[in-house]
Ligand binder design. Structure first.
Ligand code: NAD
Length: 462
């Protein structure tokens, strides 16, 4: 009998497998497709590989402002796709190697839970039966298909997996959903010269991000010719025609990216597991309501990010092995990045969340007294152009650094950035938020010059 059975070999599953085997436990991991999960195979890594190719092309065709002229710049989409596949293959092989080194048993196939007691879980895969003391569910998520008439069996419709696999670029594209996936694909196609329309139901794209930062992207993308429609609801789709707010829009392909849902396939027999809005409910230690069953990653519906999944796996294994002190996840300090051009990176609360929080804490009377809600927090903002390195490398671009600070104890509540390459230094801000640094403490951190990261230092001194 194994100590731990893991279903799903994405960032949650492979991280947990490596940690538990390293701790000397017998672990079996089931994966129906390829190790690496959505992130490595049909998500983060292939998207970033293609986006990088598109950025090279875009930069080459927009280099004149730096004194460089290139004639006849062309791209080869097939070559970009080939390179993407090689990158993915290498990374997946690396994970297999790491798990093999730790002697983790890997079974390739669709695993289904057959039965469970508080001391044993039985799993069936490829006609074989496997027993383990503990089960860790890391089955991830799948693209949500909204109930819009005309989506099913429509060859013009793509989800993100179809878009990444396509051998050819679409001639034009409508993207339904201006969230993270939608805006990253809008970037890819726009930079490769494809006409893009984004249709977003909410009043703004990227509604979960700080809106001052989003506005800068929105202005730039609209000016560049991306047709972004907000407060626009798709009513129906007919072939390659989208009807939204009574108007018809037409494109070669229609990419639907309106969120993802927890994947509960193979868990049908766990009828007594608690769900919350279609995802597996877990406590602070990633434990479900069933004593020997844990869940990590997208299937928990908490924050659908690969780095959150990996951290959740660390917490789950620590709890399973009863390692003291038990670990928890600091959900208030999870960084996230949107790979648009310019990139957006953030950590902690948005200004809207800060305002909602203090309104709830203080009540209407508290927030309407002299000074209003601004009594409680400060928003320190600085254009990216205050960074010398940003100016040297981002001709004609704007950007923003926004730091939200609690006025009473001077801790950092949130940091929001737009401007390249902010994805590479948001971790400095995450560190400050995670460790509960006050502004005077953060001020003592020395940032290397000249780097765009210095904007953090400049902004807190505002
Ligand atoms: P999302 O929740 O980020 O965005 C979906 C968007 O679709 C929302 O803005 C929503 O208002 C809109 N929408 C919903 N129904 C609509 C409709 N009928 N018509 C028009 N718009 C509609 O979801 P996503 O972009 O599909 O991404 C899924 C998950 O994957 C997210 O949790 C995301 O964080 C994650 N992801 C992360 C990254 C990254 O970290 N860089 C990249 C890709 C995906």
């Amino acid at each position: 009998m194994y100590f731990l059975a893991i279903i799903g070999g994405g960032p949650a599953g492979y991280t947990a497998a490596e940690l538990a085997t390293k701790a000397g436990k017998d672990v079996i991991l089931f994966e129906q497709t390829a190790l690496g999960g959505t992130c490595l195979n049909i998500g983060c890594i292939p998207t970033k590989s293609l986006l990088y190719g598109a950025k090279q092309y875009y930069n080459a065709t927009h280099a004149q402002k730096y004194g460089v002229t290139a004639d006849n710049v062309r791209f080869d989409f097939a070559a970009m796709q080939k390179r993407k596949t090689i990158v993915v293959r290498k990374l997946v092989a690396g994970i297999r190697q790491r798990l093999n080194n730790e002697h983790c048993t890997i079974v390739n196939g669709y695993a289904a839970v057959m039965s469970r007691t508080d001391t044993q879980v039985t799993i069936n895969c490829n006609g074989e039966s496997y027993e383990a003391e503990n089960l860790l569910i890391c089955t991830g998520s799948t693209n949500f298909v909204p109930p819009i008439p005309g989506i099913k069996d429509n060859p013009a419709i793509w989800d993100s997996t179809d878009a990444l696999a396509a051998a050819e670029l679409p001639k034009s594209i409508i993207i339904v959903g201006g969230g993270v996936i939608g805006m990253e694909f809008a970037t890819l196609y726009h930079e490769l010269g494809i006409p893009v329309t984004v249709i977003e139901a909410m009043a703004t794209i990227l509604p979960n991000l700080d809106q001052d930062v989003v506005q800068i992207l929105l202005d730039k993308y609209r000016k560049a010719g991306i047709n972004i429609l907000t407060s626009t609801k798709v009513e129906s789709i007919n072939g390659n025609k989208v009807i939204a707010n009574g108007e018809a829009y037409e494109a070669d392909k229609i990419l639907v990216s309106v969120g993802r849902r927890a994947n509960l396939n193979g868990l049908e027999k766990l009828t007594d597991i608690h769900l919350n809005r279609g995802a597996i409910e877990v406590d602070d230690f990633m434990k479900t309501n069933l004593p020997n069953v844990y869940a990590c990653g997208d299937v928990t519906g908490k924050v659908m990010l690969a780095h959150v999944a990996a951290r959740q796996a660390e917490v789950a294994v620590c709890r399973m092995l009863k390692q003291i002190p038990l670990q928890r996840i600091a959900y208030n300090a999870i960084p996230s990045v949107v790979y648009t051009n310019p990139e957006i990176a953030s950590v902690g609360l948005t200004e809207q969340q800060v305002r909602d929080f203090y309104t709830e804490m203080e009540g209407e009377a508290g927030v309407t007294k002299a000074g209003g809600i601004n009594t409680f927090y400060d928003a320190k903002t600085l254009p990216m152009t205050f960074s010398g390195r940003f100016m040297a490398e981002n001709d004609g671009e704007t950007g923003l650094c926004k730091i939200l600070v609690d006025k009473r104890n001077h801790t950092i509540l949130g940091v929001h950035l737009i401007g390249n390459p902010c994805s590479e230094f948001i971790s400095a801000a995450s560190f400050a938020v995670r460790m509960g640094y006050t502004l005077p403490e953060f001020r003592q951190v020395v940032f290397p010059h000249p780097t765009v990261s210095e904007i953090l230092h400049e902004a807190i001194n505002e």
